[in-house]
Write a protein that binds this ligand. Structure first.
Ligand code: GRG
Length: 300
């Protein structure tokens, strides 16, 4: 229970700050193009678990950080995540009509505006991270490291490469290594980066860094495998999107390659190893511990 209360508290802090970043009063001078804010809002405030920003804040807090300092980075990664979903749903990519139980952004606002809203979210993410670094010059090294980690994970050393491989190998069967590459880069890289950016703000010694890297890597991969499983076993009501889209889009997934039973066993193994690595952090790791466990039986 303590975990759920804390998770909800962090979610609220994140959403409140996101509202401030998108407040129309900040953009009064853009009278001809304020409508883009409505489209960014539609994506950003249509639900979502906020797992990435929660992870970033929790990792920062675990190593003694003040989350007021990391909150802009957490909001930035949520913006990057939402841009990627808006673009991923486009007809040119996965062509999905529903997300989080609502019509996708391009269905409501058109493809042109959905592309621009995604671009705007991506750019605003960097704007707020840079502004935040200026406001925390006493820890500029920590901020540069954290921004670098997040930027790399969102770019070709992370999510973009995963997405490229995912699209390239649609309709083709790939081997286990290829699939792990897609999952690790498309989804795992950003999740891992949230944890690493959170700790990078404070800096930790190398053996703790090794432990937290194992944690971030494992939960990132486990999160995507559970996504594959939910696309088979989940329901529209809980997921807020059509199930079976991987099969329809001829995607390579973990259950397709290794079977559903083994996929579940592997998720458990990854999470067990993630929990082991957190032992180094003692009781301070309670929240990240519970968060990893929640991935095993997530329903959406
Ligand atoms: C378009 C550059 C570009 C990349 C797209 C993120 C992504 C790459 C594609 C989205 C489709 C997908 C299934 C990605 C895997 C990552 C994932 C599980 C996304 C959904 O994340 P959740 O479950 O979503 O955290 P909420 O709705 O909770 O925010």
């Amino acid at each position: 229970m303590k975990f759920e209360i804390e998770y909800n508290k962090l979610q609220t802090i994140i959403v409140d700050r996101l509202y401030k970043y998108l407040d129309i009063r900040r953009f009064g001078h853009l009278s001809h193009s304020q409508s883009i804010l409505e489209i960014m809002d539609y994506s950003l405030f249509s639900g979502g678990k906020r797992i990435r920003p929660v992870l970033l804040l929790a990792a920062h807090k675990m190593v003694g950080g003040n989350i007021e300092e990391s909150l802009p980075l957490a909001c930035a990664i949520e913006m990057i995540h939402n841009y990627s979903l808006v673009h991923d749903d486009l007809p040119a990519m996965d062509n999905d009509d529903y997300r989080r139980g609502k019509p996708t952004t391009h269905v409501v606002y058109g493809e042109d505006m959905a592309i621009l809203a995604g671009d705007a979210l991506l750019n605003m993410a960097y704007e707020i991270m840079i502004e935040n670094a200026y406001e925390n010059l006493q820890n500029i090294e920590g901020h540069i490291k954290a921004m670098h980690i997040l930027a790399k994970a969102a770019g070709i050393e992370g999510m973009i490469s995963g997405q490229v491989a995912d699209l390239k190998y649609e309709n083709e069967t790939i081997d286990a290594d290829g699939l792990e590459f897609i999952h690790r880069y498309k989804t795992g890289a950003i999740i891992n980066a949230c944890v690493l950016a959170g700790v990078a703000l404070e800096g930790i010694d190398s053996h703790l860094l090794k432990a937290i890297k194992t944690y971030g890597y494992n939960i990132g991969l486990a999160f995507q495998i559970t996504d594959d499983i939910l696309d088979i076993e989940g329901s529209f009501d809980k997921l807020g999107k059509e199930v079976g889209s991987d099969e329809r889009n001829k995607k390579n997934t973990f259950p397709l390659l290794h079977g559903l039973d083994y996929s579940k066993i592997y998720v458990n193994e990854l999470i067990t190893e993630a929990l082991d690595s957190l032992k180094e952090f003692g009781e301070d790791a309670y929240f990240l511990n519970q968060l990893a466990l929640s991935i095993i039986d997530r329903q959406y």
